[in-house]
Design a binder for this molecule. Structure first.
Ligand code: SAM
Length: 228
């Protein structure tokens, strides 16, 4: 591949391995529907995330940030549990946020619990103006190259409370492998435990490898806490 073509395709965010994938973005959501777009297993993965967070100490008075919240698969469980205004979500696909609010959240709950949902594809957490106790990115780093994982970690860091924690899932491989250079919601990106730990340390976190948390597709979990 010529260097010029390579530079152009990087700029456009396209990777040859994407040629066989369903489209992502709004077209992809229309094609697959919001539940399938975020990976299916709707009820199971929603409950799994919620139970995991509560078992790890999530309380109603905490502020929870759901990074790449999709169509509120976790939100429909967490919003009723948390105090009003304490569920925060950030998501790049507006149509997923809309589907979550209009088709998944039981009527009345939006007014009662006032979830705060930010349409943003660049992790501009500061736009929420709210320090958070717990953050989670379920099946986000499974679709991102390292530079965007780093950006997500870096932008969250100033908004995570000193005692806060950020949980992130990833596809684990034993040895580092080449991943696509650009993000894709249906692309496959996998990292070693050491890579995931290093991404956190580079942004001032102390990583804790959690590993298996019973995800139906075998994604594993890592926790990042602000370094002292
Ligand atoms: C596999 S889905 C998981 C969604 C959600 N965490 C869940 O468990 O239902 C991945 C989500 O990441 C979102 N996403 C990907 N890149 C993003 C970015 N840069 N900023 C915000 N959301 C992003 C996608 O739009 C999609 O909703």
């Amino acid at each position: 591949m010529s260097p010029l073509f390579d530079a152009l395709r990087r700029r456009l965010g396209w990777d040859p391995s994407f040629a066989t994938l369903d489209p992502h973005g709004q077209r992809g959501v229309r094609l697959r529907g919001h539940r399938e777009y975020v990976g299916g297993h709707w009820e199971e993965i929603g409950q799994l995330q919620f139970d995991f967070l509560v078992a790890r100490g999530l309380r109603p008075e905490h502020y929870l940030l759901d990074i790449a919240c999709g169509a509120l698969r976790l939100g429909v469980k967490a919003i009723p549990y948390l105090e009003p205004g304490h569920y925060l979500g950030i998501e790049k696909e507006r149509s997923l946020i809309r589907a979550g609010l209009e088709r998944e959240l039981p009527p009345g709950l939006r007014q009662e619990k006032r979830p705060r949902l930010l349409h943003d594809g660049n992790f501009r957490v500061w736009r929420l103006r709210q320090p958070v106790d717990v953050a989670i990115a379920q099946s986000l780093f499974t679709h991102l190259p390292p530079r965007l994982i780093g950006r997500c970690l870096a932008r969250l860091r100033p908004w995570l409370q000193p005692e806060g924690v950020f949980y992130a899932t990833f596809h684990e491989v034993a040895e580092a492998r080449p991943n696509p250079g650009a993000p894709h919601d249906h692309g496959y990106f996998a990292y070693t435990r050491a890579q995931m730990e290093a991404f956190g340390r580079e942004q001032g976190y102390e990583p804790e490898y959690i590993g298996d948390w019973h995800h139906p597709r075998g994604q594993v979990m890592v926790a990042y806490r602000p370094g002292r």
